[in-house]
Design a protein around this ligand. Sequence first.
Ligand code: MG
Length: 454
Amino acid sequence: MKVFGSSGVRGVANEELTPGFVQRIALAAGSVWGSDTVAVARDTRATGRMLADAAASGLASVGKDVHRIGIVPTPGAQAYAERAGVPVVMITASHNPPEYNGVKLIGADGIELTRNSLERVEERLLAERFDTVPWNETGESRRVENARRAYVAEALDAVDRETIAAADLTVALDPGHGAGCLTSPEFFRELGCAVVTVNAQPDGHFPGRDPEPVAANLGDLGDLVRASDADVGIAHDGDADRAIFYDETGSYLEGDATFAALAAAELTESDITVSAVNVSQRLVDVTEATGATLELTPIGSTNIITRIRELEAEGATVPIAGEGNGGVLFPRYRLARDGAFTAAKFLELLAEKPASEVVAPYDGYANVRENIHYETDAERDAMLAAAEEYAQSADATPTTIDGYRLDYGDAWVLARPSGTEPVIRVYAEAREETRATELAVGATEAIRAGKKNA
Ligand code: MG
């Protein structure tokens, strides 16, 4: 797909992502969708209203009535779609820097469009083949006020409120000036937690921190955990579909470690869990310990969601899936990443022991990364051929759906061309640093040697 990547369309607002472009996406999506009504939602970005207006006008032009649901987290928009039975155009750039914006398309079932549906929208978009209607059939817009509250109420009903309330937790919350500012504080209060916040005023200029919830951006949250003696710190990205945690000492917890802890609590023997080819050894170890099966997809949440749909259609149970960046899905609740819901599932675990102990079994894995640069396409192809040969001859289980991943049982290595730079990235992970280094060096040397064949 040229326009829709693995997480929708993103670009610098008003340069790459202009109102005209967003309007054409809406014209295309509206032409494909059968529904008479489509909702438009946005996160807190400064350009959100401008682009939401463009989407709404495109939809009206192809005869759709438009529900303007305002600022909501992406999972809140998905909840609205499912409840109202209408597709949604969500204006968000998720974790990207403030100058970005983007478009995510959600079906009337509340689930992100599959690759097939996105391809149909993209064909219309590239051909500019839109089903515009005569003037007297254009759609009407109306504001819908209750989307946030309904989302919070639904999430509250879906978690173990009694257990969480009885744990008497103090939550330090950093919604990062994003859409979660308008839903997560009340969500955790209504779960019975004491809530203290930082960066909790919605602001599209993101003055306190960038929207991406990584350790480098979250120093204030660690400080707040310590200053308020909180039991846990929770951070969201700009559209609050992700949750990253701090423990009770104010230490950053790796997303891979919390994902593994959540998976260990959910998975049983006949279950399947789905993650991407860069999945941590921690999740591999959890599936090993629980007897569940791990399925890998190419990197990107759209691929994970598409695979879960296929597995569920075959009758499989997928209680948890996702990635180590804080984007976790609990498909029995909804086939969507949801930062607040994920955080509540983590709070359920804190009823028994402190956060540091919950993640302790999944701590202390070693990651090693190497970048191998190339100058020409011929060099890249020769190196990938060497990676393939290395994968075939290794005493490991290979996965070749997105680069070359080799699982050795206790450790893994992945070689994969970067999408943005002229490098092949090599990742390795094991419990022991020496083991991870050994695997990374082995793969790197084999791939470098292949470069000579260019
Ligand atoms: Mg996001």
